[in-house]
Write a protein that binds this ligand. Structure first.
Ligand code: NAP
Length: 567
């Protein structure tokens, strides 16, 4: 492998005597991929990223629909590896809108001279492990090939848009758009008859933002969600100054806290308080920013049925107060799941949008879509003629991108076969039979503020690559036993995870997908504990070998760790 190089050294090139084009090939230049490119290069590897989009940003490149914005605080979502970067960048709002985030990510890429490592507009169509060579052969959609020692898929969990199999979907002669694949060219919705299908986090963001400009907006809702206010606001100069002054403390909290947020956990259970105190606390929660409704709410909110029901009733009352038409309000209040059972959306003006006479709500449980026609959407109530249909129907979460990349490991084993019953991983970064292949920010990454968890994994992957190199190895592959134990821990924890099996975190939204938990149910504490154990035991959960002299030497094939079960 290449000796450590200064940051300004050429981006790619033969890395060793072995014929590879690059040490580390990263797939995806989103938040995780950018950080991986940065870390790998700083660690002295030659690195190249392959990005399907024409720009950086990944999810923040493709999800450029009107109203797309963070619901984690901007400065907690941002990179924390450089104080200078933090000081230089001025976030405008507590929850930045997509254009600001895209500008930020472009700034990072240029500020650290990463753009020359990224190849845009190229999609991986296959990646095959070449056992004799101990490297990955990656084929791109233009037919070109790249050979890399290590393959790191930073392809994200929400990167494959899902279109439901509605009859006639492609017959529509107007414009069809998916929130997760929004065009880079301007979309003019002014004066148009528009439909939004889906009321998850994306649907509820776009609806209030376009309601005023369109001629009519028909919202097709199958299941309502427990939406609460985002409570966004501009960051004042004083707040900005304070954030910079507190950077080190903030970084420490974000790098170690369970959910990767700054929100302080509460110290009381719901019924420790009187009815009056509880109402006042819920009111305080309602006015609090973003995810604090989950992370700073009553300690038993997600675990005690009565506590959860009390909060849901509070929200339902708010909805009834905000939406003028009682029938519409009733349709907007969930009846089939508790708060936190699905990932809750955070909104600005969502409920109020239904008071706009141009906006109507179709309850798909009462009147399902029969078909899409050339001119609109037909339900049992008749045909609604449309100019634009916006599919806010979600993603093939967790494994979607990895299962579409044509990945083949040892003996030509397809990843799709290895994961036929759902993903099996160690630490959510490696899977057995696929040496030198990593997927930070993929399935079995924890739930919370995404860049924080994905960053933990990128740090671990980079440390691992350095360990491999510095110990004279060139191949690393997780031991199947370690992977089994980790996956068993994930599956067991999933039985009591706050997210219910109806949530897309179990793949339930995709027909035919195995119903397996796609997050790390052990969360950040398990991840940290196991990473420490891996390091303490000299990577005993992995098999390390060297093929530089032609012969492969297995250096370590010990089970997960002396301590037994991960985490
Ligand atoms: P989603 O949460 O999966 O919501 C998809 C919506 O489409 C649901 O309302 C679903 O209804 C509906 N749907 C699916 N199939 C349908 C069908 N056949 N007929 C009618 N409706 C159908 O997807 P999303 O809103 O794109 O959000 C996905 C995730 O992206 C979020 O949970 C969040 O993690 C992330 N996100 C984040 C932000 C942010 O940070 N601010 C913003 C947007 C999204 P059912 O519920 O009935 O299945």
């Amino acid at each position: 492998m290449a000796a450590p190089e200064p940051a300004s050294a050429p981006a790619t090139g033969p890395a060793t005597g072995n014929a590879v084009d690059v040490d580390v090939l990263v797939v995806g230049a989103g938040v995780t991929g950018i950080y991986q490119v940065y870390r790998a290069r700083e660690a002295g590897f030659s690195v190249e990223a392959i990005e399907a989009g024409s720009g950086v940003g990944g999810t923040w490149f493709w999800n450029r629909y009107p109203g797309a914005r963070f619901d984690s605080e901007s400065y907690t979502y941002a990179y924390l590896f450089s104080k200078q970067l933090f000081d230089e960048w001025t976030w405008e709002e507590h929850f930045a809108e997509q254009p600001e985030t895209e500008r930020y990510l472009n700034h990072v890429v240029d500020r650290f001279d990463l753009r020359r490592h990224i190849r845009f507009g190229a999609r991986v169509v296959s990646a095959t492990y070449d056992e004799p060579a101990g490297s990955w052969l990656v084929v791109l959609d233009d037919g070109t090939e790249r050979r890399a020692r290590f393959l790191v898929a930073a392809t994200g969990v929400l990167s494959v848009p899902f279109y439901p199999a509605v009859p006639g979907r492609t017959d529509f002669q107007g414009e069809s758009l998916h929130t997760g694949q929004w065009p880079t060219t301007p979309v003019d919705l002014a004066g148009k008859r528009v439909a939004v299908i889906g009321t998850g986090s994306s649907g509820v963001q776009i609806i209030p933002v376009i309601a005023d400009e369109v001629a009519s907006l028909t919202v097709y809702q199958r299941t309502s969600n427990w939406c609460t206010p985002l409570n966004n606001s501009p960051i004042t100069p004083e707040e900005q100054e304070q954030l910079r002054a507190d950077f080190e403390t903030m970084r420490e909290i974000l790098n170690t806290s369970v959910a990767g947020f700054l929100h302080e956990p509460h110290d009381r259970a719901a019924f420790d308080d009187s009815d009056e105190e509880r109402q006042a606390f819920f009111e305080h929660m309602w006015r609090s920013p973003g995810f604090s409704k989950l992370s700073s709410n009553y300690t038993d909110l997600l675990f005690d049925e009565a506590a959860n029901a009390a909060w849901c009733e509070f929200i339902a009352d708010k909805v009834r107060g905000l939406v003028h038409d009682p029938e519409t309000a009733a349709k907007l209040i969930p009846t089939d799941h508790r708060f936190g059972e699905k990932r809750p959306p955070f909104v600005t003006g969502y409920y109020e949008a239904f008071n706009n006479p141009k906006v109507s709500l179709v309850d798909l449980k009462a009147t399902p879509i029969l078909r899409v026609t050339e001119t609109g959407i037909e339900t049992a109530d008749g045909l609604v003629e449309l100019d634009v249909i916006i599919w806010a129907t979600g993603f093939d979460f967790g494994t979607g991108a990895l299962n579409r990349m044509g990945i083949r490991g040892r003996g030509g084993m397809a990843l799709t076969d290895h994961w036929a019953e759902g993903p099996i991983t160690f630490l959510g970064v490696q899977t057995s039979g696929f040496p030198n292949f990593f997927f930070p920010g993929g399935p079995h990454a924890a739930a919370g503020n995404n860049p924080r968890y994905n960053g933990d994994q990128v740090d671990f992957v980079t440390d691992t690559l350095v360990y491999v190199r510095d110990h004279g190895f060139d191949t690393i592959e997780v031991d199947p036993e370690a992977e089994e134990r980790w996956t068993a821990m994930v599956d067991k924890g999933a039985e009591t995870a706050p997210f219910g099996t109806k949530s897309y975190f179990f793949g339930t939204n995709i027909p035919g997908k195995p119903k397996k938990y796609l997050l790390n149910s052990g969360g950040r504490p398990k991840l940290f504990k196991e990473i420490a154990r891996v390091k303490d035991t000299g990577y005993s959960a992995f098999r390390l070998s060297s093929s530089s002299n032609g012969a492969s030497t297995v250096a370590s094939a010990a089970p997960v760790a002396a301590g037994g079960e991960p985490g």
